[in-house]
Design a protein around this ligand. Structure first.
Ligand SMILES: [Zn+2]
Length: 382
């Protein structure tokens, strides 16, 4: 690791592009000056060009020298990386590459990730270079707005833009059962209250802004206002926890805001690319171990859509629950989905069809005495 850090530091200090860029700029300047001189006085063209013949080759030589340092720095860095992170094995249990036919989806995932991360310049360059990518045109503008609001909140501790946004979307947020607007206003109150001599401002803020939430959040508002009785010894009061960690509150509220903002755009709070890459990184050691075992035992795995080992991912990374039919013990699939009988018991479609074969009219549930017909079973989407 040390050698990587050393080479990285060298790249940053010595082998960086800044000298090269400045030398390229100087060369461009030479050419532009000559063009200007000729435009001003066409009779000076020969002299100007003769001058360029002397200066430009020297400038180009300088740029070449600059690049040498960069190339050698990069190759040293590459060697240090290779040396530290030796590839022990390549995971390949079969030749099936699920992503090879999905280059459009991959490009879209990368572009969306960059936009969602606020890397707008990188996203725009990527889209120029990768060709047409199907992304709604308004999306970048929406995320620019989201980052403006987040920066105001995180850097300047200004909750105003976030509150204005939440207010403008209050119907949709209410519909989702979100308390974002109240959470933002509550934090605004706490922030004012903790400011030097801010209690009076907090008091006016509460009267003006918190009133509208009393129907739903009266309990919490009462607790906030209770703090006024303990202004001088807030830390030892029962209300201390409400004011204990405003920095953490800012962080929590910023995360909640990001989540709601993305939800209203029909997007998940986390970038799917980030989730997929992280899940892959968590799974990789197990997959590599498995590949090594299979190589040792000279066995293979040919099931394309399943992994040969179960890989435990953290709960936040589990999106698709699985259902195993209690009759056939098969995991349900798109072509054999789970079906619910009117009694509420769920079995796989194939098991249901097998049950229906015995009787043309009724099916008896395998788990309770209730009888029903095939048409009454409904598909369960998990
Ligand atoms: Zn039943």
């Amino acid at each position: 690791m040390e050698s990587i850090e050393k080479e990285y530091e060298r790249l940053r200090k010595k082998s960086n592009l800044s000298k090269s860029i400045s030398d390229v700029d100087k060369c461009i300047q030479l050419l532009q000056n000559a063009r200007q001189a000729i435009a001003n006085d066409p009779s000076s063209a020969r002299v100007s060009i003769a001058k360029l013949q002397q200066t430009v080759p020297a400038a180009l030589e300088k740029i070449k020298d600059d690049e040498k340092e960069i190339y050698s720095g990069l190759s040293r860095y590459g060697r240090a990386l290779d040396k530290t992170f030796k590839a022990t094995t390549t995971y390949s249990t079969n030749d099936y590459d699920a992503l090879s036919s999905q280059s459009d989806l991959i490009k879209r995932a990368i572009a969306m990730h960059l936009i969602r991360e606020g890397q707008f310049a990188a996203a725009s360059t990527f889209r120029e270079e990768a060709g047409p990518i199907d992304i709604p045109p308004h999306l970048t503008t929406e995320f620019v707005e989201m980052y403006e609001i987040l920066n105001a909140m995180r850097i300047h501790r200004n909750l105003g833009p976030a509150i204005a946004w939440a207010r403008s979307k209050s119907t949709e947020l209410d519909h989702r059962g979100s308390n974002l607007e109240f959470d933002l206003c509550r934090l605004q109150f706490v922030w004012l209250f903790l400011e030097q001599d801010g209690q009076m401002r907090a008091f006016h803020y509460a009267r003006k802004e918190l009133k509208q939430f009393q129907e739903k959040h009266l309990d919490e508002i009462e607790k906030l206002l209770g703090a006024f009785a303990f202004q001088t010894r807030l830390k030892s009061s029962p209300y201390a926890p409400l004011f204990a960690d405003p920095e953490k509150c800012f962080n929590d509220v910023a995360n909640a805001f990001t989540k709601e903002f993305c939800s209203l755009l029909g997007l998940s709070a986390e970038s799917p690319l980030y989730i997929a890459a992280t899940a892959g990184a968590i799974a990789l050691p197990t997959l590599m171990k498995m590949a090594a075992i299979m190589k040792d035992k000279k066995t293979g795995w040919s099931t394309v859509n399943e992994l040969p080992a179960e890989i435990a991912l953290p709960p936040g990374y589990q999106f698709h629950s699985i259902f195993v039919c209690p009759v056939s013990k098969d995991q349900t699939t798109e072509s054999n989905p789970p079906m619910m009988l009117p009694c509420g018991h769920v079995i796989a479609q194939e098991s249901l069809q097998r049950l229906a074969k015995g009787s043309a009219v009724t099916i008896k549930c395998p788990y309770c005495p209730k009888e029903s017909s095939l048409a009454q079973a409904i598909r369960v989407v998990i």
